[in-house]
Design a protein around this ligand. Structure first.
Ligand SMILES: Nc1ncnc2c1ncn2[C@@H]1O[C@H](COP(=O)(O)OP(=O)(O)O)[C@@H](O)[C@H]1O
Ligand SMILES: [Mg+2]
Length: 266
């Protein structure tokens, strides 16, 4: 088998996540052993969120981790089925949280593609991702002389929400329990967002210009084995279209909040 258990993640995650490795030394982060329990069915919902968010992020031009189904040989050598978020191969790969202070205070000096980074908040607002914490943004580079590149990970609690905050069962229309929740953003990101307003507006336009067929296509990239029901597909399509239409107003609100040093509300 290609992937093997290489340790448990303790920090930076609230769930069971294994670090895994293959023969070539590639590293991945493995989620959600597949068992036929109620809890795992709910976990499947988070994998749906990951797939759909990844797919939408790609259509908007954001770099995201490669996320795929995989079999892993577990700590007891038994085979386990789940999903791997692949780590890029670079000399230094860290979460934003572990970056040095100067990187967080002056990202434009240390990080590539700052305009796109400023646009992430619009994407997160669209897909109801309140969890863009400092550990859900990854930086990487091959030498300390280079600026960092970055990519997004962990969209498990966006869209349909997480098992502990499962909106779908409770929603009627578009009253979504994730709504009015405050967004967490990485340290230093407020400045990046506020000093790149035109990039932020550009992403608002880009999301609003995304054709309906692109949303449907993204929903269809969710693997069949995740058993996403027709009802949930329809819910996701309507949720995304509804927020797409008013993302300009949503962003005005969020920008206003963060200017006042308050967390933006979804
Ligand atoms: N593709 C990746 N590249 C680098 N680190 C990753 C990657 N995927 C996960 N991780 C690490 O594993 C941690 C937990 O993964 P994450 O997808 O955020 O799971 P959770 O839903 O438990 O927060 C992350 O905070 C990060 O440290
Ligand atoms: Mg996380």
């Amino acid at each position: 088998m290609r992937w093997k258990y290489a340790g448990r993640m303790k920090r930076e995650t609230r769930k069971k996540v294994w670090k895994v490795r293959d023969k070539r030394g590639n590293i991945g982060f493995f989620k959600y052993p597949y068992k036929r329990t109620k809890k795992s069915r709910k976990h499947r919902q988070m994998i749906v969120n990951e797939y759909l968010a990844n797919s939408l992020a790609k259509s908007l031009g954001f770099p995201v981790a490669n996320f795929k189904p995989a079999m892993v040989s577990g700590p007891d050598r038994r085979k386990v089925r789940g999903y791997i978020s692949r780590r890029v191969n670079a000399k230094e790969v860290i979460t934003w949280e572990r970056a040095k202070k100067e990187v967080k205070y002056c990202p434009e000096w240390f990080v590539n593609d700052i305009k796109r980074l400023a646009q992430v908040i619009v994407f997160d607002a669209w897909i109801l991702n309140k969890d863009r914490t400092s550990v859900n943004l990854v930086l990487y580079r091959d030498s300390t002389k280079e600026k960092y590149n970055w990519y997004l990970i962990d969209h498990g609690s966006a869209l349909l929400g997480s098992p502990t905050n499962s909106p779908f069962a409770r929603v009627k229309g578009f009253k979504h329990p994730q709504l009015k929740k405050s967004m967490r953003i990485p340290t230093g990101m407020k400045k990046v967002v506020l000093s790149n307003r035109s990039a932020v507006d550009e992403m608002v336009n880009r999301i609003q210009g995304l054709p309906e067929s692109e949303i449907t296509r993204a929903i269809d990239t969710v693997p069949k084995q995740l058993a996403l029901t027709k009802r949930k597909k329809e819910f996701l399509r309507r949720l995304l279209q509804y927020r797409q239409k008013c993302i300009d107003l949503i962003m005005l609100d969020i920008l206003d909040q963060i200017k006042q040093n308050k967390p933006g509300l979804l």
